[in-house]
Ligand binder design. Structure first.
Ligand code: TRP
Ligand code: SF4
Length: 331
């Protein structure tokens, strides 16, 4: 780590949507882990953002916050290296959000591709709200209130970070150079698919969770879709169209991957055995995560303390930024 990196700040957040699955690890947490050794990192639970779609049933959000922090800790997010906090416990985000909303042109929000996509995609919930349109403004406040330089996100979130950059620049131009203009750090991994070949997502019931036991993993892997043309054991298979093989490429050793690559098209390995190898690897990978999880679960007080400590650190920084902001705006 060089000195200029050490001074740079990384910030990212996740909505508390329930227990985390392998897709979250692959798509975000692996990156967060790497970054916490290189930068000063802030990772937070975006519970206000969860309200934009869950405002009708808010009970679940509280439960999910702690569960998600436990998942973060169990994969190795280290509270001694990273600040872990909860958005709603730092009300300064809301103040900055309000001030930024005054300078954000409506057109910037309406043309946001993620916004347009979600309006079409999310069914069964009325998200034609003011809060949902303002989602990226709140996200901008989350980011710049810590003067973050880098924001690790998946590709779907890049438009939000782009908007954050525009808002930060506009503030700096209108009032005073308060905010660094942050850059997105794109998590450049292919999307891990669920056991049914669709995007891994809680709502599709196709996920492998960090907390899944070995028998559960076995059962889920045995139900995974394979090459649809390989109906019988003697049929040749094509690994390139098989989701099990995509998992092997991520979680198995290179020699095993090569072996499957060569044997599957000759029907020298069957799907049952192929899946057994994968399930064993997944169990092995999840074992240390689960033992750390159990340790934390046996000390629930410690989790609360970690969150409280993180909230305190975050509040300290957010308050200091708001003093500068108010001064810059003459408020
Ligand atoms: N919108 C992000 C998501 O759904 C969560 C989020 C909220 C976020 N605020 C953020 C991510 C700030 C990065 C930085 O994944
Ligand atoms: Fe997929 Fe493995 Fe079956 Fe080949 S042997 S089709 S890679 S599960």
């Amino acid at each position: 780590m060089n000195n200029s990196q050490r001074q740079e700040r990384v910030l990212s957040g996740m909505r508390p949507s329930g227990k985390l699955h392998l897709g979250h690890v692959r798509g975000a947490l692996d990156n967060w882990l790497k970054l916490q050794g290189e930068y000063e990192c802030f990772y937070f639970v975006a519970d206000w953002h969860a309200l934009t779609s869950e405002y009708e049933d808010t009970a679940i959000i509280g439960e999910n916050i702690k569960a998600m922090v436990i998942d973060w800790l169990s994969v190795g997010i280290d509270p001694h290296k990273s600040t872990i906090f909860v958005q709603s416990k730092v009300p300064e985000h809301a103040e900055l959000y309000l001030l930024l909303s005054m300078i954000t042109p409506l057109a910037w929000l309406e043309r946001n591709p993620t916004y347009k996509e979600q309006l079409q995609e999310i069914e069964g919930k009325d998200i034609k709200t003011y809060g949902f349109l303002g989602y990226p403004v709140l996200q901008a406040a989350d980011i710049i209130i810590y003067k973050a330089n880098k924001v690790p996100v998946g590709v779907d979130q890049v438009p939000h970070v782009e908007l954050t950059r525009e808002i930060a620049r506009r503030f700096n131009y209108l009032y005073k150079e308060v905010f660094p203009v942050p850059v997105p750090l794109l998590t450049e991994v292919s999307k891990l698919l669920g056991i049914d070949g669709r995007k891994m997502s809680k709502s599709y019931d196709n996920s492998i969770y960090l907390s899944d036991s070995t028998p559960t993993i076995k059962r889920k892997v045995s139900r995974m879709f394979t090459d649809p043309k390989r109906a019988r054991r003697n049929d040749p298979g094509n690994p390139e169209v098989c989701n099990v093989y995509s998992f092997h490429k991520i979680y198995s050793e290179a020699s095993e991957v090569a072996e499957i690559r060569s044997k599957c098209p000759k029907a020298e390995i069957g799907c049952v055995d192929c899946k057994k190898i994968l399930a064993d690897h997944l169990s092995k990978i999840l074992a240390p995560i689960q033992s750390r999880r159990n340790e934390y679960l046996s000390r629930p007080k410690e989790i609360e303390e970690i969150i409280m400590e993180g909230n305190k650190r975050a509040v300290g920084i957010a308050r200091a930024t708001m003093i500068e902001v108010r001064e810059a705006m003459n408020i």
